[in-house]
Design a protein around this ligand. Structure first.
Ligand code: 4GP
Length: 839
């Protein structure tokens, strides 16, 4: 992927080379020729028996050719200009589908639609053939995907590094009883046209073995023996919007080092030989399906090291091609650690510099601490990674030595600054005492990085005042910053809601090519809020999007849903802190209220359909029980003829990026109702608001900044605030008030569930007990204000005229939340990189 300048280039006649190049700004004819060619040669099929899947594959391969041309130009530009580059290390990239996004970014959608039509197919049908690349769990992985899109769009020299899991996030099935079941996601079975296998880009990665410190006082060590595994690269081109810049996402696959172990094979141990080759392949076989939680599994540790080691080896090789002194490494390279998952990159770079590049400890540490940057995505204790020392010692003996050494030096510095403060030393140490001792990865990430950031204002403040408070006192505040998350408006508006995008362009009289790259331009909509024509079309588009969702539900689930009601949506991973439970208990409350009304009274109420979607981690019992409750409540209330005209409920299985693209544009209101201080940012809140859906939420994460932008009168806030949370929890423990007294409305709802209104109440006891006892997520504290907020939403929705205005205002003020802004924040405030435009 680079030109070394050591050879004449091109080798033969330049004119002949040039004549063979294809132009990306292709004519429709070039496109149809290319598709036909791929049908005939790449797929070995023919026109007369081509189905939609085959046609999709041929179209995808044709688009891939376009991407590769830009990708090549981009890599050439980066090699020639040799700018400082940034590398985004993320264990998750939740990309979703690529075809629609690629042709939109390339500006070729119309031509492809026309070409496909001439070949007798319909582009929309072909888009539907694509499987989601679901190499992520939720927010953290989708953010990585949005940031990559923006890095190319902003023409910044950024690459992503991740793992090529054979199985992405599991497929969610719902049993008739409402149980979540998990099935594997063999997303590569139909082949993946969006990747380029790089048989030549391979590195050896070692595990286990022995680390012997040298006796020459150099601090070096030799690490040998153990298991060696090969990392092979697959490259995924990331097109920018209306630019040639096409960055790279490099994903590693693990392979056995030499086919399989010939010695065992020859000794007649066929099974043993295969087993070791399987154990190598196992490293990248499956994405761990946990969101906002960490489990100390050995295979996960191996994934983390495998990926960071291969990525750093690759970065180092590219750097060395530039013939610069090693001390210049941080002048050319910034590495972003997406959460603590890649933190082993810190001791790994130390190892490379000391053991392989002959650097002294101090020089190596200087390079390391000027290279890395760390983003924290959660302050939830259960998500803070810790690795048992004995496990690290076993799997990565050299790295454990280095971590101990880092800690020794660091503790020395802390002792110097705060002499005699033993408690502080214990709190800040990289090693948590206990049996076994554990390595605190957030501490390692913090001290090994140049800067640290959270992902929304409130969250960044919490990082500074809670989990990393001591480090702020030690280093000073300037090491800690905030980069509020964003979303790419290309996928999350233009692609998922093309009619709204077109309406915005015609209203602003600005082509989308301009405002989609400069999202604050949306503010121009404010001048048109009172335009009745705009309001009418705005409402018609929302209606059409509801019908599109209803169609999807009809086709995929065989259910008919009402489109003439308010759509209220909560879609995200199932988690106690996200409080889907609060939402479903609110639905039950509404149902009980409706039942108590006369038919006449009911007619005056706001009609609505409530939608849920999201996956629970397979081992997360309480979250799975919440799904079960939702499904069974839906079963009862959707069948109740008294009320189902006024309230219906759906749990849409197997939530994915593609499903989000259908759900989000249809929403009137969406719920982001985490316990205050628990949701770091949230990003679907931004997606809904960008599409003119209003927000019902707690004063948490990026909800706060959204409200700052759109104005508090355009959002529905409820619930206790972050500073109250600790006190409330304390009271729950030591001065608990019975629910009947504290919150009778909630008690009534819990009794309805226990009493069997939605099937065997006993099933839900463990879930209900989390509220009755301890109530860590403050449902008993927030329920009443939640119900009030829902009532305010109802009142507001009945005034459709005003509602539409709120909706337009909301979209208009979402300019801040583009990942174009976020990636520029990282580029300028953290990485110190500049754009490198491909001409
Ligand atoms: C998520 C946070 O929970 C979410 O608030 C945030 O918007 C997102 O990261 C991106 O920053 N965290 C995770 C995780 O997905 O696994 O920790």
């Amino acid at each position: 992927d680079e030109v070394t300048g050591k050879e004449k280039w091109p080798r033969g006649e330049e004119a002949v080379w040039k004549a063979g190049l294809r132009d990306v700004d292709a004519e429709e004819k070039t496109i149809t020729n290319s598709i036909v060619n791929h049908v005939q040669t790449s797929l070995a099929r023919q026109a007369y028996n081509l189905d939609n899947l085959g046609a999709y594959q041929a179209v995808a391969l044709s688009v891939r050719d376009d991407l590769i041309i830009n990708w090549n130009e981009t890599q050439l530009t980066y090699s020639r200009k040799a700018p400082k580059r940034a590398y985004y290390l993320s264990l998750e990239f939740l990309m979703g589908r690529s075809l629609d996004n690629s042709i939109l970014n390339l500006g070729l959608k119309d031509k492809y639609a026309g070409g496909v039509d001439k070949l007798g197919f319909n582009l929309e049908d072909l888009l539907d053939q694509e499987r989601d690349a679901a190499l992520g769990n939720g927010g953290l992985g989708r953010l990585a995907a949005c940031l990559l899109d923006s890095s190319s769009t902003q023409e910044l020299p950024v690459w992503g590094y991740g793992l090529r899991y054979k199985y992405g996030i599991f497929k969610q099935l719902i049993s008739p009883e409402g149980q979540q079941l998990e099935a594997p996601d063999p997303w590569l079975d139909h082949q993946n046209p969006w990747e380029l296998p790089r048989l030549d880009v391979i590195y050896d990665v070692r595990f286990y073995g022995e680390a012997k410190r040298s006796s020459d006082g150099s601090g070096r060590a030799e690490w040998s023996g153990g298991q060696e595994v090969v990392a092979q690269a697959y490259d995924v081109p990331i097109p920018g919007y209306h630019t040639k810049n096409t960055n790279n996402l490099r994903l590693w696959e693990s392979k056995p080092k030499s086919g399989f172990d010939l010695n065992s094979f020859n000794a007649g141990n066929y099974e043993g030989a295969i087993e070791s080759s399987n154990s190598a392949a196992a490293i990248t076989s499956v994405l761990y399906p946990n969101d906002n939680t960490s489990f100390g599994k050995e295979l996960r540790l191996k994934q983390q090291y495998f990926w960071t080691a291969a990525s750093l080896a690759d970065i180092m090789r590219r750097f060395k091609n530039q013939d610069k002194p090693i001390s210049a490494f941080p002048e050319f390279i910034a590495v972003q650690l997406n959460d603590t998952h890649p933190t082993l990159a810190i001791p790994e770079l130390m190892r490379i510099l000391i053991d392989e590049e002959d650097q002294t400890w101090d020089k190596a540490w200087d390079i390391v601490t000027n290279t890395f940057f760390y983003t924290n995505h959660t302050v939830l204790p259960e998500a803070l990674e810790k690795w048992p020392v004995p496990l690290l010692q076993h799997v990565l003996p050299r790295h454990m030595q280095i971590i101990f050494d880092i800690n020794l030096f660091f503790m020395g510095q802390v002792e110097k600054k705060f002499p005699g403060d033993r408690e502080r030393l214990a709190r800040m140490s990289l090693i948590e005492e206990g049996s076994p001792q554990q390595v605190r990865m957030a501490h390692l990430a913090c001290i090994g990085s140049r800067r640290v950031n959270g992902v929304a204002e409130l969250h960044s403040d919490l990082v500074k005042t809670t989990i990393l408070k001591d480090f702020v006192e030690f280093y000073g505040i300037s090491r800690f910053g905030n980069v509020t998350n964003g979303i790419t408006p290309r996928r999350w508006l233009d692609q998922c809601n093309p009619t709204l995008s077109a309406l915005i362009s015609s209203t602003l009289k600005i082509p989308k090519e301009v405002w989609l790259k400069d999202l604050p331009k949306l503010e121009g909509l404010l001048a048109h809020v009172d335009d009745p024509e705009l309001a009418k079309t705005w409402a018609e588009i929302k209606q059409a999007n509801k019908e599109r969702l209803a169609h999807w539900v009809q086709v995929n689930l065989g259910l008919k849903i009402n489109t003439n009601v308010m759509y209220d949506i909560q879609i995200k991973r199932l988690h106690e802190y996200k409080r889907q439970t609060l939402n479903i208990l609110g639905v039950i409350h509404r149902y009980l209220q409706l039942k108590a009304l006369t038919p006449e009274e009911r007619k005056k109420t706001n009609r609505k359909a409530v939608f849920f979607a999201g996956k629970a981690a397979p081992g997360y019992y309480i979250a799975k029980l919440t799904i079960r409750l939702i499904v069974n409540v839906a079963r009862i209330i959707n069948a109740d003829k008294d009320t189902n005209e006024f309230l219906s409920l759906y749990f849409l299985p197997d939530y994915s990026v593609s499903l989000a693209e259908v759900l989000i544009p249809s929403s009137d209101i969406s719920q982001h109702i985490s316990t205050a201080g628990t949701e770091a940012s949230g990003t679907s809140n931004m997606k809904f608001c960008l599409n003119g859906g209003l927000l019902l939420g707690t004063v948490d994460g990026a909800n706060i900044e959204i409200a700052e932008e759109v104005g508090e009168s355009n959002v529905f806030f409820f619930g206790h605030l972050t500073p109250d949370v600790e006190d409330l929890r304390y009271q729950h423990q030591y001065h608990a008030i019975p629910i009947e007294e504290k919150c009778p409305a909630l008690a009534n709802v819990l009794n309805a569930v226990s009493g069997g209104l939605f099937g065997d109440g006993g099933v839900y006891e463990p879930l209900l007990n989390t509220i009755r006892q301890g109530d860590h997520y403050l449902l008993t504290d927030d329920f009443d204000s939640y119900i009030q907020a829902l009532a305010m939403v109802d009142v507001a929705y009945l005034d459709q005229k005003e509602w539409i205005k709120k909706s337009i205002r909301t979209t208009a003020k979402m300019g801040k939340f583009s990942t174009d802004r976020a990636i520029q924040d990282y580029a300028q405030e953290y990485w110190n990189i500049e754009s490198a435009k491909v001409e």
